[in-house]
Every structure is written in C-alpha cells, then in structure tokens.
Design a protein around this ligand. Sequence first.
Ligand code: SF4
Length: 377
Amino acid sequence: MAGIYIHIPFCKTRCIYCDFYSTTRSELKPRYIRALCRELTERKEYLKGEAVETIYFGGGTPSQLSEEDFKEIFKTIEQVYGMKEAKEITLEANPDDLTEEYTGMLSTLPFNRISMGIQTFDDTTLQLLNRRHNAAQAIEAVGRCRRAGFRNISIDLIYGLPGETDERWKRDLQQAVSLEVEHISAYHLTYEEGTPIYSMLQSHRIREVDEESSVHFFSALIDALTAAGYKHYEISNFCKPGMYSRHNTSYWRGIPYLGCGPSAHSFNTLTREWNVASLEKYMRSIEEGHREFETEYRDIATRYNECIMTAIRTMWGVPMQYVEQTFGTELWQYCMDMASPYLKSGKLELKDDYLCLTREGIFTSDGIISDLMFVEE
Ligand code: SF4
C-alpha cells in the first residue's frame, strides 16, 4: 500500500503564523497544474507498483483550485496509478472557500474527506492571524460539507494563541465538539522564525503563553475531546471511533508515499526526498525535464530514530518486536535501556510489546522522545 501527497502552493492571503511553502501568485495555476501532472506521470516508478490507498491534497490552499484543475489531476492519477484501492481522498480546505456551489462541486469528485483549517472560533484572534474567515463562516462551512454528503470531516484548531485564556480555549473546544465532526487536529502555536508573528513576538507586540498555561490547555483538550467520545490516537489528533486519518497514519507507520509539487516530500523506506521549495524553480525544472530535488539516504540509525519519533506519538506505540527485527538487537536494547527510567516512573508503559506513552508521559513527550533517539558519539 502507498499514499500520494499533492501540494497546492497557492493561498489567497498569507496567515501570519504560517511557514508552509505557498504563494499568492494565482495566475501561475494553469502552468502549475501542467507541471504537477507531468511530475505525477514521470515518477510512476517511485511507488514500485504499490496500490495507492490514500490521496491527500494539502497546501497552501487546495480549495483554491477549480473543478477543471481537480479533474485534470484525478485523470492523471487514475491513468498512472489507478484509484481502485484509494479508500481515503482528502482535500484541505479553507472555510471561506466552501460555498454551497463549491461543496456541491466537490461532492461530484472522488474526495471523501474534507480537512478544514478553522484554527479558532474567536473572531478577534482570527483577524489577528490574518485568516480570511470568521467563526460563523467556519460553522456554516461544516454544515455545507455535511449537506453536500461528506461523512468524514476534520477540523484543525490551534491553541496557545496570543491572549489565550482557559475560558476562550474551553469555548473553542465546546464549539468544536458541537459540530460533531469525525476528526479534530489540535496543535500548539509555534513561533517559526521568519514569520510575521515571530517578529511581533520579538518586538513585544504580543506575548507567548507561559508553559504552565500550555500544559493546562493541552490537558483541557484531552479531557474535553475524550469526554465527547473522541479517541486520542496521536499526540495532536483525535477521532471518532475508527475515523483516524489513514493518510497521516501511514506517515507514522512508515508506509511509502509520493509527494508532488514544490516542497513536497517523498519516502520509499530507504530514501527520503524533497522537491525544491520554490514554485518558479519547480515548474522550470519539470518543464526542462530535470526535476530539482534533494535526497537523503536513510541509514539504520536514521530509520530507527524516525520509527521512534513517529510511532511513540501514536496510541499504538512503538512495536518493539519490529524494532528488534528491523534495526537489530543493539538498537532494541538501547531503546529499552533509555525507556527504563520512564517505565519505572510511569511515563511509558509496555502494552503487548508495544512501547507507549502514558497520559502522564504525553505531557513531557518531547524530552522522552529525544532520550529514546539514538545519537552517535
Ligand atoms: S491558508 Fe494555510 S497554507 Fe495558506 S498561509 Fe494560511 S495557514 Fe498557511
């Protein structure tokens, strides 16, 4: 099984916290779609004939594409890879793009999952973040997706935003729960260097929430969503029973995927590669027949570290038998030794030979993960 990730690098406007690669130059769309389809066609061999189980349109803002753009991309995927086994086909969408007409159009395409970037239901904060929608539009957009027939909707939230209080975060959580969506992703705001929000922080125009509050928000998140029947299946992801994101789960499980478009990453178990993060350079290189990308051979320690880093974040944990069989007894022993103090303190547990974070461990997961990683001396 394999996945395909399609990067759509266009945004109408830029949000002040975002460091994903995207551009507001929408006039380049037709040329981009041609280059993207050419990349999809020319990299047919990358997945070695594995059936494509998930397709994910991420960005940028994929909901900036038209029906014709989507049809062109799906036609290429169908011809080159086939879509018979594609069980989950996700579109990342911005709420303000999801008009009645647009959701109706989406429902005629192969998409069966919508992932919506809502971030918060606080209008003042949405404005500060330079989001294009307000809370009412986000709520309406979820309703429209439902009416258009989508039975798998995910929303993204951000917490630890400037001025965040317990009350505001709880209101966001209540509102999110009341939408009865199948999946919720919630991330703590990070101040990425180079973003406008980072400059605002540096010039003291906004304040970062303190660590104690961050822990509090995370705890409130877990409590509210688990009480509402969501499964906490990955540190930042929650779903109604069985509705976990197959695409993201395959990243965590080391299943191969092909990523097309500028800045998109691909992975085929032994190597990882990523396309140039510039739309102009990407399109030119594809048109000239020599795609610009970098590649990294993954040695055994890198593969072990990636396995630990991703699997420990999930409710399934790190499969220790797999660690021993794949990376050898030495790395298995290393992992067990490093895990030992955390097993004793109750921050990690072994469940049927799977190494898992406990509820207590989740709050200090960064430190635990870095201890379990192998660093060559
Ligand atoms: S719409 Fe999404 S990708 Fe575009 S700037 Fe905002 S957060 Fe980033």
